[in-house]
Write a protein of this length. Structure first.
Length: 278
């Protein structure tokens, strides 16, 4: 059962309605642009499929008429290899764009950009005694995914940070000081989950800004629910605005979708306005 959102501390103030409308218009335009891009890429895929069918039919026709036995009519193996490679590259490029990140906002919690996890302010990692690296059948090292994995874009089944139970938290030092405006949580879908379900996904969670070099007062920024039956990537506009730029943000997971032993976080992003732009 959902819990009521905690009252915002004095340091947080509600975002003005005008700013909300402006943000909604911006997000609506971004979604429209993404939709048009997807349609364009789908048309490119249809064209590539048709071209591949034509090539297959042509080869089948050539082999049926015996052209392959006529001197000078054999296809150059090198040319065929080059053509196959070009087609493969085209298909790969289109699919890469189609699967591309649709959030369209800078992630200031990205590890490669300079963000990091402060382990002193982070829950312990779940220890699974069954998940061990072994040598000649002898287990010698527990395999654990560290918390900084949630700051990386590599979202594949099993590559998530797990903490015991349904409640936990992680303290993140951002790549730079920002006024946070939104966060994004990503999980895998049931279709690709090895267990066939996503009960370990976070459900209710809250976000806090942390003052004074990540050791000061926590400023409540919002509480939300990740819908595991919705899109795997879900972005949430923060309900409250920090009174000053922040370098650290804390994610507090309050519940999961039913898993009794642990909760898995695949990726967490923080969006906002850099201090230089305020």
């Amino acid at each position: 059962m959902a819990t009521s959102s905690p009252a915002a501390p004095p340091q947080a103030r509600l975002r003005a309605p005008a700013e909300r409308r402006q943000l909604l218009r911006k997000e609506s335009q971004t979604l429209e642009n993404n939709f048009q891009e997807i349609l364009r890429l789908m048309k490119q895929i249809d064209v590539l499929k048709a071209l591949l069918r034509d090539m297959k039919d042509a080869r089948h026709s050539d082999s049926g008429t015996g052209l392959g036995d006529v001197p000078g009519q054999d296809q150059d193996p090198d040319s065929a290899a080059v053509l196959d490679e070009e087609m493969s590259n085209l298909v790969h490029d289109v699919l890469k764009k189609l699967r591309g990140d649709q959030v369209q906002m800078a992630d200031y919690a990205l590890q490669s950009a300079g963000a990091s996890v402060i382990e002193a302010g982070t829950s312990e990692t779940y220890r699974n005694s069954k998940a061990k690296l072994s040598w000649h059948g002898i287990g010698f090292l527990n395999y654990e995914v560290p918390p900084h994995m949630i700051l990386q874009p590599d979202v594949h089944p099993g590559k998530c940070w797990a903490f015991p139970g349904s409640q936990g938290h992680v303290l993140i030092k951002l790549a730079r000081k920002i006024l946070p405006t939104a966060v994004t949580i990503e999980h895998i879908s049931e279709k690709v989950s090895p267990s066939g379900n996503t009960s370990s996904a976070p459900k209710e969670f809250s976000v806090y800004g942390v003052m004074k070099k990540c050791e000061g007062e926590e400023v409540f920024l919002g509480q939300f629910i990740y819908n595991r039956t919705g899109s795997t990537v879900q972005t949430f506009d923060l309900e409250h605005e920090a009174s000053e730029p922040l370098l650290c943000v804390k994610l507090k997971v309050l519940s999961n979708w039913g898993h009794l032993h642990y909760t898995c976080v695949y990726r967490f992003r923080v969006h906002g306005v850099p201090r230089d732009h305020t």
